[in-house]
Design a protein around this ligand. Structure first.
Ligand SMILES: Nc1ncnc2c1ncn2[C@@H]1O[C@H](COP(=O)(O)OP(=O)(O)O)[C@@H](O)[C@H]1O
Ligand SMILES: C=C(OP(=O)(O)O)C(=O)O
Length: 536
């Protein structure tokens, strides 16, 4: 039994130990564990208590001292058109916009949308509730409840939400948030549908060979309603208002409504993060994602061939996700939107990584999934502009995203140090396996999936180029997985050859990463205008 000795020493009560203590050594002859002089300590504590009284009477009061109110980094300036808009009015408009996003299109009333965490019952809603429409006699049960909106939460707040409420969420030894994406651990391209209507009939590639599988507007609305009803049935939803495209002239405002903190943090990392000032004037989004991934689609619905459906409606500028929680669907779904919107503005959207040398020479890395865009564009000797999605306009190149989505299988500090070190607080780590005690990740473990991923903000890469824009590219590199040695390891191509191989898009699909060989085509090219490439 251990007890404190009269002189403040830590001692054991057995006679052997007491004898050892007298002899100046601890049990088994080990040196005694020294502690402070307890009498002096008690005196100090006494003085401390009276010198700095606690500025609270209760624990709740003490907790309330812990948190300072967030304030925008610059004073709130009234937008010219809106005149002297009060903070309260601005909040009301923001809530009304979110309320409109969540509105059912078939019922007249919906839940009352309020801001804030429902778990903090003592905190009154920031703004009074907003009905979707004026109350009518056709009141439904759903109109009697509240839906709490967790709006643009910070990574720290999202960590707390995930760990508290989402099974399979843990903090790893380097501070990343480990999560599980559920039954789906990769994208579901066969479950993707695009609404074929007047907007898209002439602009999109339909029919044999096209990746665009059509659905009609009515079926989209059925799925949209299903997703909105699911989200409205929850106590709380996450809403992210963010941007796409670092080129300020062609920036797109996106809103992501989701049910999981994991999804909100993933998009926080992957889209461009708005400053508090930009959020003040965010207004109506250009595009909205409804992510109801935990809820399946109804297979009796026309066009549905599984319980998963990812539906894009370019006319309504909306995307609905049902039956998959894999976060990459949101990222790639938005990329599809940019592939539609940007060419209409004469801008080429590129599925490529992009980096820049010290002399300003920009290189593009094209390739299908897994060919090495993220790995090779994250080059310690060059500035990273982006790892996956870019726009090429008369202004040069710009990254569409605000973060990177790296594959983690067999990741090591030696081979990919910048990516390895980016896996820290704020990073989402999907489907990795870790030691239950030390929380050290085993990047070689494929128990959950081989497609383990890390999503982190681009500034986690030390030599990221911020803002993520650059001049016209000087070199184009085409990457391909070639398991069968069809292609030479490296070839230098002229313009016509580059166009030919770009269209061919050869990649062997059935590969494990360790068998990959990379066909790298480097072409010193003279593309100065994007429409030249558009022709191929
Ligand atoms: N020589 C190599 N070059 C690039 N990636 C490689 C190479 N050898 C193995 N890899 C692995 O292949 C994967 C490439 O994936 P990634 O860079 O994310 O591709 P993409 O961004 O094109 O989808 C990574 O897991 C990387 O570690
Ligand atoms: C987002 C994805 O694409 P990529 O492999 O190109 O990162 C994905 O496959 O989930």
């Amino acid at each position: 039994m251990a007890s404190g000795g009269a002189n403040g020493e830590f001692s054991f009560s057995s006679s052997t130990t007491a004898a050892a203590n007298r002899a100046g050594s601890g049990r088994n002859g080990l040196p005694k564990i020294q502690t402070q002089d307890s009498a002096k300590k008690a005196e100090d504590l006494c003085y401390d208590d009276s010198a700095t009284p606690v500025k609270a009477q209760t624990l709740d009061e003490l907790h309330s001292l812990q948190k300072k109110r967030s304030t925008p980094s610059t004073p709130i300036t009234a937008p010219a058109a809106a005149g002297n808009q009060s903070e309260e009015e601005r909040q009301r408009q923001q809530l009304q916009s979110i309320s409109a996003s969540l509105a059912s299109l078939t019922r007249e009333t919906g839940p009352k949308v309020v801001k804030g965490d429902p778990a903090r019952r003592s905190t009154a809603p920031k703004v009074g509730h907003v009905e979707h429409y004026a109350p009518s006699i056709s009141v439904t049960d759903s109109s009697l409840k509240f839906t709490h909106v967790l709006y643009n939460l910070s990574p720290a707040e999202l960590y707390e939400q995930a760990i508290k409420y989402e099974k399979g969420s843990f903090i790893t030894s380097t501070g990343a948030l480990a999560t599980l994406s559920g039954a789906k651990t990769g994208r579901s391209p066969r479950d993707k549908r695009v609404v074929r209507d007047d907007t898209t009939e002439g602009d999109l590639w339909w029919g044999k060979g096209s990746p665009n599988i059509e659905m009609d507007e009515h079926t989209f609305m059925v799925n949209r309603e299903r997703a909105v009803d699911y989200l409205n049935s929850l106590d709380k939803v996450f809403v992210n208002d963010q941007f796409l495209n670092w080129d300020p002239e062609h920036r797109i405002k996106v809103r992501i409504v989701s049910a999981r903190a994991y999804h909100s943090l993933f998009m926080h990392n992957m889209c461009i993060r708005a400053t508090p000032e930009e959020l003040e004037n965010f207004g109506t989004p250009d595009f909205t994602i409804y992510n109801a991934g935990q809820f399946p689609c109804n297979r009796y619905t026309h066009y549905m061939t599984s319980s998963t459906s990812i539906d894009l409606n370019l006319g309504r500028r909306e995307m609905v996700i049902l039956g998959t929680q894999y976060a990459g669907e949101m990222k790639k779904g938005l990329f599809g939107v940019m592939h539609y919107l940007m060419p209409l503005r004469g801008i080429l959207s590129l599925h490529s990584g992009c980096n820049m040398g010290k002399d300003g020479d920009v290189a593009l890395f094209f390739g299908l999934s897994g060919t090495g865009k993220t790995t090779l564009s994250t080059d310690h000797n060059r500035y990273l502009i982006g790892d996956d999605e870019h726009c090429w306009s008369d202004n040069g190149v710009s990254n569409i995203e605000g973060g990177c989505y790296a594959k983690c299988i067999d990741l090591s500090a030696e081979k990919e140090p910048d990516i390895f070190n980016a896996i820290k607080f704020g990073t989402v780590l999907e489907n990795v396996v870790f030691d239950e005690h030390t929380r050290q990740v085993d990047y070689s473990d494929k128990s959950v999936t081989e497609n383990t991923r890390a999503a982190y903000p681009i500034e986690y890469i030390p030599n990221a180029k911020l803002p993520c824009v650059g001049p016209h590219p000087k070199n184009v590199i085409l990457l391909a997985c070639d398991a069968f040695g069809v292609l030479p390891p490296v070839s230098r191509l002229n313009l016509a050859q580059t166009m030919y191989h770009f269209i061919s898009g050869y990649t062997a699909l059935v590969l494990l990463p360790r068998f990959r060989s990379f066909f790298v085509v480097s072409c010193s090219c003279s593309f100065t205008r994007p429409n030249r490439l558009t022709k191929c």
